[in-house]
Ligand binder design. Sequence first.
Ligand code: FAD
Length: 393
Amino acid sequence: MDYDVVVIGAGPGGCGAALSAASQGLNVLVVEKRQEIGAPKRCGEGLSRSSLERMGVELDKRWVNREIMGATVYAPNGKPVRIDYKDGPEGWVIERKIFDKFLARKAAKAGAKVLAKTEALGLIKDGNKITGVKLESSGETWDVRTKIVIAADGVESKIAREAGLDTTLKLVDIASSAQFEMTGIDIDPDRMELYFGWEIAPGGYVWIFPKDDDTANVGVGVRKVWTNRTALDYLKKFVDSRPGLKKGSIIEVNSGGVPVGGLMRDMVLDNFMVVGDAAHQVNPIHGGGISEAFVGGKIAGSVAAEAVKRNDFSKQFLERYNKLWWQERGNKLNKILKLRKVVESLSDEDLNWLAEFLTGNDLIDFSRSEGLKKLAQILVKKPKLALLARKLL
Ligand code: FAD
């Protein structure tokens, strides 16, 4: 069978790509190696209103676990900085298992063919030119021909490397994470909680994202460049240190890497594009990648549609995707990356000091690469941090 586009991976990145390419009339195949799309999750399942709007997806109660009315961010000394949403929820904790399937169904409704439990074993090439994909399902293998391959195969992507793109990440740009979905715990069911500090989570943070009155995703991200201990060690230590969590039960365990840097200037080859985590399209300060992957996928899918119209699948033509993605997301994420680098230069004592000056709204602005001037103005008050302030401007 011949396709215009074969998408490898049916996470948000693959579904975004398939949806936009199929909506523009392309013949699209999406293959997903797992037997169930969206499960098991590797995600805290937090999604902000602005992210959902950016995706252009309508809110659907079927995949919402909890509306989020605020957040509390804790400095290393325990000082809370509160964010309150007075006009209704500004975010949701979703159920990825339902959400990812919802996105796959949208892509299928638009005309894409989706196949779960089907793994892309590798690319088929004619000389240097990518012409198809070798697939496997339940012991059976077969080949499909395609004009374009979109790799949306997540952070452990092998396909982009096989195609010839350098997707190596520096250790400092990978967060290792571990998460328990816990029940029977004491939480504020309407607020997210985030804990910072070099003891609690070197180079990362702990999150508690409520899914119900007494149930939450409790997770930690750390960067191995600063510790020999695993993310799971940090998670266990955090849970043990809090009686309200320690008394609870663990109903799911997740772990995974998150690319928090390494934004790629070049994500295309002849007949080939890479999107989502596989292209490191993640917010470098908090590691959120659902909307980034979907938006990256949508842009790649649209460029694929133009390429098919013009019958031009050259790297030169597909570079439009590089350009459009950098205009729409890359430049913003790059600014946020600068902020990440400043934050990781701060000691616990600096963070405690900073927490005295910041409001919840400041923190929201920073995570969107806005208001960095205010942060710089605060940092210059402390002579040893003045140099860092310059990096933000
Ligand atoms: P994925 O969702 O990883 O999808 C890739 C898919 O490709 C997978 O389903 C995989 O099975 C499939 N695949 C791989 N290889 C092949 C192959 N050869 N053939 C066929 N299929 C293949 N983001 C947020 O926005 N909010 C959060 O709260 C959040 N919390 C997180 C917590 C943790 C612990 C982790 C690890 C990540 C978190 N993220 C969060 C990040 C988010 O989960 C990812 O950024 C997002 O899922 C990326 O989407 P994607 O489609 O690029 O990749």
